[in-house]
Design a protein around this ligand. Structure first.
Ligand SMILES: CC(C)(COP(=O)(O)OP(=O)(O)OC[C@H]1O[C@@H](n2cnc3c(N)ncnc32)[C@H](O)[C@@H]1OP(=O)(O)O)[C@@H](O)C(=O)NCCC(=O)NCCS
Length: 250
C-alpha cells in the first residue's frame, strides 16, 4: 500500500503568509517524491509527519535538513471493553449553543497562549500567529461540520469554562480533537468530565473506540487519559523543513 501523502495547506499559508505543504512520510523513498512536489509547487515551508518506528526514514529526513518540532502521541479508548467511568464533575457539560462562538474563541486564546505544539517550537514562526492557529481551529470547529461533528462546552454558574471538539473518523471510530479549559477553571476536573462525555458521545454514535492525541510533553492530559481507561497506541514525529535558507536548494 502506498502510504505517501502530500498536499498544499491553504490554511497555514493564509495564517503565516508562506506557501506551505503538509506530508506524511513513511519510507525513505517518499522523501524524494515529497521534495519533487515541493519544488514543483514552490513550497517554502513543509510540515511533515513520520511514524516514530520508522527510524531509517527519520534519519534520512535529518540528513535532508528536516528539524524535529514535536512528537504527537495517540491513545485509544475502547468503548465496549470496559465501562465508561462515572462523571463526578461539578460543572455542566453540554453541546454548544448558537451564539457561544465568541466565548469559545476567548477560552482558546487564553488556554493555548504559548502552547508547546510544533508551530511554537519553530523559532521562524511568529508567536502571535502560532497562538492564533489554535484559536482559529477552535472557532472553525464550532462553525464548520467539516472540522468537527460535535462541540461540547462546560458551564460553571452560567459562564463557559471550556470546550471540547469531537469528530467522526469512520463507522467504528470517533476522535476527541481539541480541548481547552479557561485558566480560571483549571484543576477542577473539567477535562476529566470532557473525556467521559466524549466517550459517552462516541458510544451513542455506535463507535467501537475513541482516539485522542497530544504532544508527548502534555502530561496533564495523559494522566487523565490513563485514569479513564485509555491506552497508548502510536506516535508520529513532526518535522519542519524550510526551502528558502542557504544550502536548502532542492
Ligand atoms: C490540559 C487542560 C485541558 C486540563 O484541564 P483541567 O480541567 O484543568 O484538567 P483536570 O482538572 O481534569 O485535571 C487534570 C490533571 O491535569 C493537571 N493539570 C491541570 N492543568 C495543568 C497544567 N496547566 N499543568 C500541569 N498539570 C495540570 C491537574 O492537576 C490534574 O492532575 P492531578 O489530578 O494529578 O492533580 C487545561 O490545562 C488546558 O486547557 N490546557 C491548555 C490546552 C491543552 O493542553 N489542551 C489539551 C490538548 S488539545
Amino acid at each position: 500500500m502506498d502510504t505517501f501523502q502530500v498536499r498544499l495547506s491553504p490554511i497555514d499559508e493564509e495564517r503565516f503568509g508562506i506557501r506551505t505543504a503538509r506530508a506524511m512520510i513513511v519510507v525513505p523513498e517518499d522523501i524524494a517524491r515529497m521534495l519533487e512536489f515541493c519544488q514543483s509547487h514552490q513550497v517554502v515551508f513543509l510540515i511533515a509527519r513520520c511514524p516514530v518506528a520508522k527510524l531509517h526514514t527519520v534519519q534520512a529526513m535529518e540528513q535532508q535538513g528536516f528539524l524535529l518540532m514535536d512528537t504527537l502521541l495517540y491513545y485509544v479508548r475502547h468503548l465496549t471493553k470496559s465501562p465508561i467511568p462515572e462523571d463526578r464533575a461539578q460543572s455542566l457539560v453540554r453541546p454548544i449553543r448558537p451564539g457561544e462562538e465568541e466565548q469559545v474563541r476567548e477560552i482558546a486564546a487564553q488556554s493555548f497562549q504559548g502552547y508547546y505544539g510544533h508551530y511554537h517550537a519553530d523559532p521562524r514562526l511568529d508567536r502571535t500567529k502560532c497562538d492564533e492557529a489554535y484559536v482559529s481551529w477552535a472557532v472553525r470547529s464550532v462553525t464548520s461540520r467539516e472540522v468537527a461533528d460535535e462541540v461540547l462546552v462546560a458551564e460553571i454558574d452560567g459562564r463557559l469554562a471550556g470546550f471540547a471538539t469531537l469528530r467522526r473518523n469512520h463507522d467504528q471510530e470517533g476522535e476527541g480533537v481539541l480541548y481547552g479549559v479557561a485558566p480560571w477553571a483549571q484543576g477542577r476536573g473539567i477535562y476529566r468530565s470532557f473525556m467521559i462525555q466524549s466517550m459517552e458521545w462516541g458510544k451513542a454514535q455506535g463507535f467501537q473506540r475513541m482516539l485522542y492525541s497530544t504532544q508527548v510533553t502534555n502530561v496533564a492530559v495523559q494522566k487523565v487519559w490513563v485514569r479513564v481507561g485509555a491506552e497508548v497506541s502510536h506516535a508520529y514525529y513532526t518535522f519542519h523543513r524550510w526551502f528558502d535558507e542557504a544550502g536548502s536548494s532542492i
